[in-house]
Design a protein around this ligand. Structure first.
Ligand code: PGA
Length: 248
């Protein structure tokens, strides 16, 4: 029932000229597939990508958003601003934002609530650090991130949620979680959603794995029962590599 969903996360890479070149190349490679596909890009590239991908089925996402409607928040971007551009998704709570920009479970919660008022679907990132994993706390951390991040959000909204399990130790390190480790955590996330909501609701949530996904390991990751998709950083920057992952 759940359609696989693979999203690229460009992070702070690609000027508009580079994004345009990617879009041109990617459109020649992309023949339409059963896999939902999105590229999450810097704010400055979003309009260009929405225009370039119109009519192709390729979707576009932002990597962050503010939780207020508008206001004196220098440097921030609102949900309405993203909606006006025609963005489909927005990453919330990426570990780099938690680590470097003071993102907390509380701000994640506010951002999710604001996004759920409109049409943009959030991709909520959760995951433990290496220290936390070694201390046997991986599930406790993820469970806390889900409980606080989703606090007060109802089942109807949750059905539109995408969750990316991204162990911090596997991001940009070349050290991928084994398919079994990823599978175990994605199953744990689904079970947590069953406890928080109900089975039908939890069944509709797309759960991605993220952390050093590349053409060479995409098949084994995507073939795991509990993993519905991937959030791809480094390997989404090259059109050919990203296409190979989507074609897993
Ligand atoms: P990576 O990044 O694929 O480069 O490890 C994944 C992410 O941070 O979303």
């Amino acid at each position: 029932m759940r359609v696989p969903f693979i999203a690229g996360n460009w992070k702070m890479f690609k000027t508009q000229a580079e994004a345009a070149a990617f879009a041109e190349e990617f459109k020649t490679l992309y023949k339409g597939t059963d896999v939902q596909t999105a590229v999450c890009a810097p704010f400055t590239d979003l309009k260009l990508l929405v225009d370039a991908f119109r009519g192709t089925g390729i979707m576009v996402g932002a990597q962050n958003v503010h939780f207020a409607e508008n206001g004196a928040y220098t440097g921030e971007i609102s949900v309405s601003m993203l909606e006006e551009i025609g963005v489909d998704f927005c990453i919330v709570g990426h570990s780099e934002r938690r680590q470097y920009f003071g993102e907390t479970d509380e701000t994640v919660n506010l951002k999710l609530k604001k996004l759920f008022e409109g049409s943009i679907r959030p991709i909520l990132c959760v995951g433990e650090s290496l220290e936390e994993r070694d201390a046997g706390q991986a599930s406790a951390i993820v469970s806390r991130q889900l409980a606080s991040g989703l606090d007060g959000i109802g089942a109807d909204d949750i059905r539109r949620l995408v969750i990316a399990y991204e162990p911090v130790w596997a991001i940009g390190t070349g050290r991928t979680a084994t398919p079994e480790q990823a599978e175990e955590m994605c199953a744990f996330i689904r079970n947590t959603l069953i406890e928080m909501y109900d089975e039908d609701t939890a069944d509709e949530v797309i759960i991605q794995y993220g952390g050093s996904v590349k053409p060479a390991n995409a098949t084994e990751i995507m073939n795991m029962d509990e993993i519905d998709g991937a959030l791809v950083g480094g390997a989404s920057l090259k059109a050919a590599d990203f296409m190979e992952i989507i074609d897993f």
